[in-house]
Design a protein. Structure first.
Length: 414
């Protein structure tokens, strides 16, 4: 959640930053109005409580002076009722402010380029030159069916549209990539975790998926359990409502998980193939960092994802997301986009984000800094999305006869 004190104390400055993220003026005005309501409710509560305390002190004096306390008692009781009333109003005002604030995205970093959509993102650099083909490269769905790696029809039969079935070498390639990614992440200093693939509502609130993105999630009927959209959720929330020691930071974690997404806002997009599925495999990196070190760890995570693609021989580029394309929780994001010759374009295969203290404030993840408790910074990134890596291997390593070579670094896993 955003820093409400900063928003209240520097409303104009904070509003301009949020407007870059696409927050409407009406939402900002609503926040300002709820701040005022809370301020007024707290004022009435404090003033009434002070009057109550002042009158209560007169009881002893009245008794010593032999005065009748019945009228004083009536006044105190009346004030007591008013104190309870104003206290309830203050709590309600605070709850209303908190509820609205939970739907407000993170502030973008000052360094983030301004823009309204992905068209305004800024390319940082390209890594590896795309291969030149002397034939028309096929798209992955053609290659998948021709080689017997992907069965689209039976995937739909088993579930519904946007599900597919990997088999044979396709299934083995998925397992190989998961193990390869985990091994390389462990070598880079990330500790492997095996996490639950379902979490409760509180955890999804902590990382920012709830309440705003409920429509993108799959919920378990009659249970406070949701299928995870990414391993970022359980990994980050391992330290939910905990206070860490400074010497424990940074905490670098990695995990494989299936990811489940309704893709509610993607109607008509990537309907063919396995680019955009309701279920897909991913290896995730998450870091819990000291605020002074999060930029350094952000660069380490971007480099790690890029190195994985380079070792697989997959051309890619690094792109800085503009303010209007940043995710809800992100203060800064670099996307890694892999070259797909069948489509003739770069497509996202990893997003590495620094959320600063946004998730930590929601999830109450703190560290002990001397005598003071401070919020950590949390970071997350794909290393990598497995299905999209399979797509990239198929399209970049295809032969004219439709067969597919396997990258050297994966052969020991197969």
């Amino acid at each position: 959640m955003i820093d409400l004190k900063y928003l209240q104390n520097s409303f104009e400055e904070a509003s301009k930053r949020l407007e870059k993220k696409g927050v409407k003026q009406e939402s900002l005005e609503a926040l300002k109005e709820r701040f005022e309501r809370l301020k007024e409710a707290n004022r009435l509560y404090e003033e009434t409580r002070a009057k109550q305390n002042q009158l209560s002190k007169l009881f002893g004096q009245y008794k010593r002076d032999g005065k009748d306390i019945s009228e004083l008692q009536a006044q105190v009781n009346e004030l007591k009722a008013e104190v309870a009333k104003y206290q309830d109003e203050a709590r309600e005002a605070e709850d209303n402010l908190h509820a609205l604030a939970m739907g407000i995205p993170n502030f973008p970093d000052e360094s983030v380029p301004f823009g309204e959509s992905e068209d305004d993102n800024v390319e940082i650099r390209k890594v590896l030159e795309p291969r030149e083909f002397d034939f028309r490269p096929k798209e992955h769905w053609e290659l998948g069916e021709a080689n017997g790696w992907i069965d689209f029809e039976r995937g739909v039969k088993l579930a519904k549209s946007r599900f597919s079935l990997l088999k044979g070498q396709g299934a083995r390639l998925q397992t190989a990539l998961i193990n390869y990614f985990l091994d390389k992440n462990i070598q880079a200093g990330f500790e492997e975790y095996a996490v639950p693939f379902m979490v409760n509502s509180k955890m999804l609130e902590g990382t920012g998926q709830l309440p705003k993105f409920e429509d993108d999630l799959f919920k378990v009927s009659d249970e406070d359990l949701w299928l995870i959209p990414t391993a970022e959720v359980p990994l980050t929330n391992i330290y939910h409502d905990e206070i860490l020691g400074t010497d424990e930071l940074p905490i670098l974690m990695t995990a494989y998980s299936p990811c489940f997404r309704r893709e509610a806002g993607s109607a008509g997009r990537d309907t063919r193939g396995i680019i955009r599925q309701h279920q897909f495999a991913k290896v995730e990196m998450v870091s819990i960092a000291h605020p002074d070190k999060s930029d350094e760890i952000f660069e380490k995570m971007v480099e790690q994802a890029s190195n994985l693609l380079s070792e697989l021989g997959l051309p890619h580029r690094l792109v800085e997301l503009c303010s209007g394309d940043l995710g809800f929780s992100a203060a800064r994001t670099i996307d890694l986009e892999v070259w797909l010759p069948g489509q003739g374009k770069y497509r996202e295969i990893s997003s590495v984000s620094n959320t600063r203290d946004f998730q930590a404030r929601r999830a109450k993840i703190r560290f002990k800094d001397g005598k003071k408790n401070r919020l950590v910074h949390t970071l997350n990134g794909s290393a990598l999305a497995v299905g999209r890596t399979i797509v990239a291997i198929m399209e970049n390593y295809q032969n004219e006869d439709g067969t597919i070579e396997i990258p050297k670094v994966l052969k020991k896993y197969l």
